[in-house]
Design a protein around this ligand. Structure first.
Ligand code: B12
Ligand code: SF4
Length: 462
């Protein structure tokens, strides 16, 4: 039996995020569960959610005194991951292993700078037992798990000390947790940095409902559908909705979806199972831009699908959060203004704007490296910084602000109307109570909430 500690590093130690404790880090909960079932003692520090400083993390590590420490590394948390490891080395001789989305897409030579003993590429459930036992050095390649139902449900008691569901500086319902109904994604958007090798796999509704029952027993009221895209397999979603209703499971669900399945049956099912809000990657209303992003094989149909999806969300009372990206090379100011206007006119409840980022692992990043616009060690850089758009960073962020302002002025009224339409009076009541309780904090963080997504100013030069 070993003492194992998993750490989820924060984006920043200096800027505290009120959005942080939104949903638990399922990746390390899955790994922790595999190890717990093998008899290891497992601890989890979610430094993002708990808003811990480096000194506080070090103190926790000293008190747990683990033999093995595992960290999740996103490209956005690379620097804090390195800082934590540097700190660990000063106080402990624990074996350190790092995995996560960054490790799976980064050039292998760059990983040694992180300072760990081993790096795991891919989904680690199949290798984590051996890693803890054998403590290998260097790269470990994990095989993709085909039968995702063979993975035990993530043990949420590992983070029972943390209250998730914090949105807009407050919690609308009792504690929230996350669930994955699928793994991987069917699409290949050119700005996205999900590993392209990951196949799309889906769980059976029966298996998902078993986990939801466990979640219900634990007292959660809200569930974040942590899939890359919850509607990737519409038929499965409809079956799941039927089963959720049959089993009388009552949750508010939130998640991410795409606009290209505007099926009435699908949206009615999602409403019936309790889906309250979905975030959609609309990105742009210009088919040329959509084609460049490789969002769909039918870019000409994109505006029509966005409109249909908006109509369905409005009809079924599902909150529509539309996310836009500004700064594709061929995108004009008129195009970007039109995208905002389109969403607003057609009744999007909330919208957020993001300056286009060239992210390590994405197709546009590789292309820009080939063109000599980005150095291979620049992992995150925005379109204006490399001259890939005729507009300045300020001009593009001004558009992001416009999205924020529309959400602030009209958005919340529309949201409240939808919640009332769904007769979710309990949600209105608890929302109002929380709003009054946390009024000043909510005011302070509203900027952050609307800017959420592929954020502004996230520029990491390595
Ligand atoms: C849910 C989610 C969120 C939630 C909750 C975050 C959380 N606490 O998990 C919220 C909405 C808060 C969020 C926020 C952000 N997110 Co997010 N998020 C996701 C999403 C959709 C699912 C995460 C998940 O549960 N995955 C499922 C598990 C099973 O996979 P996994 O985490 O990769 O873990 C496996 C392996 O990576 C590996 N592994 C992971 N950790 C470790 C550790 C060790 C020791 C080992 C050995 C292996 C290992 O094994 C795990 C099990 O198979 C992913 C996309 C995705 N599908 O992963 C994006 C994703 C992780 N997010 C991303 C980003 C960019 C962000 C933000 C930076 C956005 C922003 N601008 O603010 C913030 C970062 C906040 C933070 N510090 O986490 C990117 C990261 C890209 C990158 N390379 O950096 C992703 C990949 C989305 C994308 N398509 O680009 N996110
Ligand atoms: S942006 Fe979303 S839909 Fe597109 S490839 Fe990435 S995860 Fe899939």
């Amino acid at each position: 039996m070993s003492f194992v500690l998993f750490i989820y590093p924060p984006i920043s130690f200096s800027e505290k995020s009120e959005l942080a404790a939104y949903s638990p880090p399922l990746g390390i909960l899955y790994l922790g569960t595999v190890l717990k079932n093998e008899g290891h003692e497992v601890h989890v520090i979610d430094a993002e959610a708990e808003q811990l400083s480096l000194a506080q993390i070090r103190k926790r590590i000293e008190s747990i005194d683990p033999e093995v420490i595992g960290l999740t590394c996103l490209t956005f948390t690379l620097e804090s991951c390195k800082a934590i490891i540097k700190g660990i080395r000063r106080i402990s001789d624990a074996y350190i292993v790092v995995g996560g989305p960054h490790v799976s897409v980064a050039p292998q030579a760059s990983l040694k700078d992180i300072g760990a003993d081993a790096y795991v590429i891919g989904e680690a459930e199949s290798v984590v037992r051996d890693i803890v036992r054998d403590r290998p050095r260097g790269m470990v390649h994990a095989q993709e798990i085909r039968d995702i139902e063979s993975i035990p449900f993530p043990d949420r008691s590992l983070v029972k000390h943390i209250e998730y569901g914090n949105f807009y500086g407050m919690k609308i319902r009792e504690n929230m947790t996350g669930i994955l109904t699928t793994r991987g994604c069917k699409y290949g958007c050119t700005y996205c940095n999900r590993p392209k090798k990951l196949c799309f796999r889906t769980r059976s509704p029966k298996n998902i409902v078993q986990e939801l029952k466990e979640i219900d027993r634990m007292g959660f009221e809200s569930v974040w559908l942590a899939d890359d895209n919850f509607t990737n397999d519409p038929k499965n979603v409809m079956k799941l909705a039927r089963l959720v209703r049959r089993e009388r499971l009552k949750f508010d669900f939130y998640g991410q979806a795409r606009v290209d399945v505007p099926s009435r049956a699908l949206y009615r099912s999602m409403r019936d199972m309790g889906v309250m809000g979905l975030s959609f990657g609309v990105e742009s209303l210009n088919p040329e831009v959509i084609k460049w992003y490789n969002k769909t094989r039918y870019p000409q149909k994109w505006p029509q699908n966005v409109k249909k999806t908006l109509d369905l969300c409005n009809e079924y009372g599902i909150v529509f959060l539309g996310s836009l990206i500004f700064g594709a090379p061929m995108e004009t100011m008129e195009d970007m203004e039109y995208s905002i206007e389109f969403l607003d006119k057609n009744g999007a409840d909330l919208m957020n704007g993001n300056v286009l980022l060239y992210l390590l692992g994405s197709a546009i990043w590789y292309r820009a490296v080939k063109m000599g616009k980005i150095k291979p060690d620049q992992f995150v850089i925005s379109a204006p910084q490399i001259g890939m758009t005729p507009y300045s960073y300020e001009e593009l962020t001004e558009l992001c602000d416009r999205c924020t302002n529309i959400s602030k002025k009209e958005g919340w009224k529309r949201v409240v109307r939808k919640v009332l339409k769904r007769r979710q009076f309990g949600m209105i009541y608890s929302g109002m109570k929380e709003f009054v309780k946390h009024y000043w904090r909510v005011r302070k963080v509203r900027r952050e909430v609307y800017d959420y997504g592929y954020g502004k100013g996230h520029t990491i030069k390595i």
